[in-house]
Design a protein around this ligand. Structure first.
Ligand code: AMP
Length: 358
């Protein structure tokens, strides 16, 4: 099939790399020249809302998917009017790009979360603080990613000025979760409603940015896996979702609390390229093209390290057994995700030794 992708970042690049062996080809719509996907996909360089570019995309492809959640509604509306299927369905974008709608969906589905309250004014923030308590995390409802658009309120003095400090846009206050660890569950739902879940991943963030993932999450017990699978399956079914979806959770040692969803392939799933029977990228493509899903079973133990800001020496990485280097073709810049390394091993002590060397 010919697959259209909105967004030309590394996720689009890895989708295309996974799709070529299956006989698919790709047309990417992206506003920037020289995007990470451009060496592996045909590219239309235009704004996401450019009607001519969208008409061209619709004419050239069989199905459209996306690799980021802030796709404008006008874009998906026009594509659907033009008769090209958009998968996952745009309803998922509406939920995932608004932290309040997301949390309300979790609550509606009886999936535990931290306490939360909408905040639309400085007075509203004070009321929300009375409800959630301190410490708490104030976040913009929209356009926040990688820790941007949020701040931790630890004491009463932090509350004053916080609403305007985040730009005075609609916000959400969340109780602060003193989690033991952060985990994510990556799941896929096919066109026929079949679902499959990868083993839980343990994630470490620094300054809101994912640094390190390990899969399966250490000391993962079957009850925790089953709980996460039940939560994410409810979300997939409620949205009548097709494709890969990621649910990020806080593990506080007692409960798994839902933090957010990403309606797409996810950085915490990059390990699946070498570490699972079927990668998240292939399973996303299988889902949106109506093919049967592949097994999500892990092949041994894996860890993924993001390469942020600068390239380490390729030779040094490749000297460690079990490493798989992925570079995204981006020029170095502080804070930029330039690539990742996945390390695989048959057992956790071998993986630990390899990570130590890395
Ligand atoms: P988010 O953009 O919601 O994924 O937040 C980025 C990171 O900030 C998360 O991965 C957590 O490490 C941290 N964080 C977000 N919300 C909370 C919360 N309510 N309590 C504690 N930490 C949080």
């Amino acid at each position: 099939m010919i697959i259209g992708v909105l967004g030309g970042g590394q996720l689009g690049r890895m989708l295309a790399l996974a799709g070529h062996p299956l006989g698919h080809s790709f047309v990417v719509l992206t506003p920037g020249e020289g995007s990470p996907s451009s060496p592996v996909a045909e590219t239309i360089v235009a704004d996401y809302e450019d009607p001519d570019a969208l008409r061209e995309l619709a004419r050239r492809v069989d199905v459209v998917t996306y690799e980021f959640e802030n796709v404008p509604v006008a874009t998906t509306d026009l594509l659907q009017e033009l008769g090209v299927p958009v998968r996952p369905q745009p309803e998922a974008l509406g939920v995932a790009s608004d932290r309040l709608r997301e949390k309300r969906l979790f609550r509606q589905l009886s999936i535990p979360t931290v306490p939360f309250a909408p905040v639309d004014s400085p007075e509203g923030l004070e009321e929300a603080v009375r409800f959630c308590g301190l410490p708490a995390v104030l976040k913009t409802r929209r356009l926040g990613y990688d820790g941007k658009g949020q701040r931790v309120l630890r004491k009463s003095a932090d509350v004053e000025g916080a609403f305007t400090g985040l730009g005075g846009v609609p916000q959400i206050l969340e109780g602060f979760c003193d989690f033991k660890r952060e985990v994510s569950v990556i799941a896929v739902r096919g066109l026929d409603g079949t679902t499959a879940c990868y083993p839980l991943v343990e994630n470490r963030h620094e300054a809101g940015v994912l640094r390190f993932s390990r899969a399966p999450a250490p000391e993962l017990d079957p009850e925790t896996q089953a709980k996460a699978e039940a939560h994410v399956t409810k979300i997939l079914d409620a949205l009548d979702y097709v494709g890969v979806l990621t649910l990020e959770l806080f593990d506080d040692g007692v409960e798994l609390l839902a933090n957010e969803i990403a309606p797409r392939v996810h950085n915490s799933g990059h390990w699946t390229i070498e570490g699972a029977e079927t990668s998240q990228f292939e399973n996303h493509l299988r889902a949106i093209t109506g093919a049967p899903l592949g097994s999500c079973a892990a092949r041994g133990e894996s860890a993924m390290i993001n390469l942020i800001g600068e390239h380490p020496s390729t030779e040094a990485i490749q000297a460690v057994p079990g490493t798989h280097l992925h570079l995204y073709g981006k020029s170095p810049r502080p804070g930029r995700k330039l690539g990742h390394v996945t390390v695989t091993a048959a057992d956790s002590s071998t993986l630990d030794a390899r990570l130590e060397r890395l």
